[in-house]
Design a protein around this ligand. Sequence first.
Ligand code: IPE
Ligand code: IPE
Ligand code: MG
Length: 235
Amino acid sequence: MPKHVAVIMDGNGRWAKKRGNQRIFGHRNGVQSVRETVRAAGELEIDYLTLYAFSTENWNRPKKEIDALMSLLITSIEKETPELIKNNVRLVTIGDQSLISEKVKTKLDGLIAKTKENTGLTVVLALSYSARWEITMAMQQIAKSIESGDLKPEEVTEQTITTTLSTAKIPDPDLLIRTSGEHRISNFLLWQIAYAELYFTETLWPDFRAENFYEAIYAYQQRERRFGKTSEQIL
Ligand code: IPE
Ligand code: IPE
Ligand code: MG
């Protein structure tokens, strides 16, 4: 079983368009997919589920869509809080908070505080997140430590970088799922997915159900993770 599954939840707009509807209709229908995926991951006793909800680049979308997405986020938090608490889910977020409105931040911080003692599944919500932004911030921090004399350049190791990223306390994803048939990473967890198994499905996010999640886990279990070694060394 993977310890950490990351998901690029893609295809909401196309799902809505196929039905002659506005993009936001797809986002709204994607909430049920989030609910099912969180429940399925919890039931499988997966430790971490990272969900790519909104990228730094998504701020370039039409304002109307961004506003609708942000209010959908607020209403979803309000609606899902009891269920998350009941299921012992802990919520954390990664991303550029400085771009998020106070209203959204307040709601999110409330849910984070309410679930912080929970010991089950950790849901990492990647919101206003991009990997290059995250790596840039980490580099700035490391540069400051060097400038202040706390760190020598030759003391910078992979571990230094790993623990300076916003995912410092989270193990790397074992499995990365992307829906909607796109075969790209779109600036998600670039450092952390160095050895993740990639799984792509044509299913659009609003159609994604627990069964689709199980299928991805099953595909993962058929893979041989060699981490650079030979097959014989693994067996
Ligand atoms: C994913 O669906 C959700 C977000 C990026 C917020 P999209 O909105 O990207 O849907 P498509 O890819 O246009 O179909
Ligand atoms: C990636 O989806 C971001 C999220 C799912 C939140 P996009 O729809 O923004 O990615 P591109 O633009 O197709 O690469
Ligand atoms: Mg998309």
